[in-house]
Design a protein around this ligand. Structure first.
Ligand code: PLP
Ligand code: ZN
Length: 458
């Protein structure tokens, strides 16, 4: 496995050249950028090999990372506790709103369900990104780092193309840094996601087309006006921030997860986890990458289709590049509507390496999932999180969990991201006219009904 720790020659180079605390390295040809300014000036593309993926490497001794993870007297509860291992040089540039200061809950009722229904002994934890202060999604961490780095680089305009949640998070954090954002969202993006950008006085371009078209126009607009645009799913600004979740798992969980469940769109989550895993593996903090059990909504599941194809072919040569592209995918979870899964070659390989699966969940059952979770836990999960939890139930049924598994489900967003969806959750309301119309209500009657729906899911 490729180490991400700094070779000694680079320490010396850094000492001689007086650069800052990190560098960015092309994952393909190892070309080095000494700062984000250099990377941005190169148009976020390696001048040597033309690829567009770099990873950050830090000069700080990595034993400090271990200290930070296990520190007892922690004062900063956000991602910025890991400042020494985030690619920002000066702490005065930090733009922060309590991102990453979120809970990990043990949902024992899911342990019991797995045991009772499938005889599987496992522990199920959930990572509560819905608790992020700014936009209640797991896009807040990346946006915090991006806003901070852009501020440090003196950049005052930025562009994102997004299915919705990234646009919201960037709108908030860039507004905090007084950086102008133009966000390109597809026609079907939730109304709330347009509002969540506009609200902060940032620009929304709602593109008459799908996410791929939104990305295309955003890129043209960026080129025409010479404005920096987000680097997408492998953007180090997003990956480096998101990877801190792995440090948090080590810090807060009694055991490192053996399986990770997440709703899948472009796959920034798994890419970030893999980056962090390589760092902590070198420190001896864990030996095994969690199995990625990642889930797409069934009406927009191109990676699932490609994965099934790859398995059938026995991962025949070139399998990573054999994926479908859906034009104008229609799904009730537009936040996950990535029809052109350009990151599949990366994601497919990560899932294979981890021993995981790419599955899909029948999105028509999303409301059943959300109601059950609200009934049992009073946690208000959003539609993309319903796909992840639906995927959890589905994976149990398909035998993807093992005895002894420590399962971590990423609750990627709260319900307030999707008011239209929230309204669909009403199921106990009765219209009445007189007292005779009212029956005596016993909440416990609902439990069986809710679980019955889970049992009947296809
Ligand atoms: C709530 C939520 N969950 C999951 C995802 C998928 O993230 P990715 O596939 O980039 O890891 C998104 C992406 O927009 C999201 O907003
Ligand atoms: Zn290169």
């Amino acid at each position: 496995m490729q180490s991400v720790h700094m070779p000694i020659a680079l320490y010396i180079f850094r000492f001689m050249s007086n650069t800052n605390k990190f560098l960015l390295k092309c994952t393909h040809c190892k070309h080095v950028f000494n700062s984000f300014t250099e990377w941005f000036e190169a148009n976020q593309k390696c001048p040597q090999c033309g690829k567009n993926r770099v990873e950050a490497h830090y000069f700080t001794d990595y034993s400090k990372l271990k200290e930070l993870i296990y520190s007892k007297n922690r004062t900063n509860l956000t991602i910025w506790h890991y400042f020494d291992f985030l690619p920002l040089s000066r702490s005065e540039n930090i733009i922060s709103s309590n991102e990453g200061n979120i809970g990990i809950n043990h949902w024992e009722f899911l342990d019991e369900y797995a045991k009772k229904t499938y005889g599987i002994d496992c522990k199920v934890y959930v990572y509560r990104n819905d608790e992020n202060y700014a936009t209640h999604t797991f896009k807040d961490a990346g946006a915090s780092l991006a806003a901070s780095v852009l501020k440090e680089c003196g950049i005052d305009k930025y562009i994102v193309a997004s299915t919705g949640n990234v646009a919201n998070a960037f709108a908030y954090y860039l507004a905090k840094a007084d950086i102008s954002l133009s966000a390109f969202i597809p026609i079907d993006a939730l109304k709330m996601n347009g509002a969540g950008v506009s609200y902060y006085g940032q620009r929304v371009f709602r593109v008459n087309g799908d996410y791929a078209k939104a990305k295309g126009i955003a890129a043209e607009f960026a080129k025409k006006n010479n404005i920096l645009m987000t680097g997408g799913n492998t953007d180090p600004l997003r990956i480096e921030a998101k990877r801190t979740m792995v440090f948090e798992w080590l810090s807060k969980l009694p055991e490192f997860p053996t399986a990770y469940v997440q709703a899948l769109s472009g796959g920034t989550g798994p890419i970030a986890i893999d980056k962090a895993f390589r760092e902590i593996e070198d420190l001896g903090l864990t030996k095994q990458l969690p199995r990625f059990l990642i889930v797409q909504p069934h009406r927009c599941a191109p990676m699932t289709e490609a994965w099934e194809r790859a398995k059938k072919s026995g991962f025949a040569r070139g399998w990573e590049n054999d994926y479908p592209v859906y034009n104008n995918p229609y799904t009730s979870v537009p936040t996950l509507a990535t029809g052109n899964p350009a990151t599949y070659p990366i994601i497919g390989n990560l899932v294979k390496k981890s021993g995981g699966e790419i599955t899909s969940f029948n999105e028509y059952h999303s409301t059943d999932i959300v109601r059950l979770i609200a009934y049992e836990t009073q946690v208000r999960i959003g539609p993309a999180s319903a796909i992840a939890l639906g995927g959890f139930f589905d994976s149990l049924k398909k035998g993807h969990f093992r005895n002894g598994d420590v399962v971590l489900v990423n609750i990627g967003e709260g319900i307030d991201r999707a008011p239209e969806f929230f309204e669909q959750l009403i199921y106990t309301e009765r219209n009445i006219d007189k007292v005779e119309d009212c029956d005596v209500f016993n909440r416990s009657q609902l439990r069986d009904e809710l679980w019955q729906k889970i049992a009947e899911m296809d």
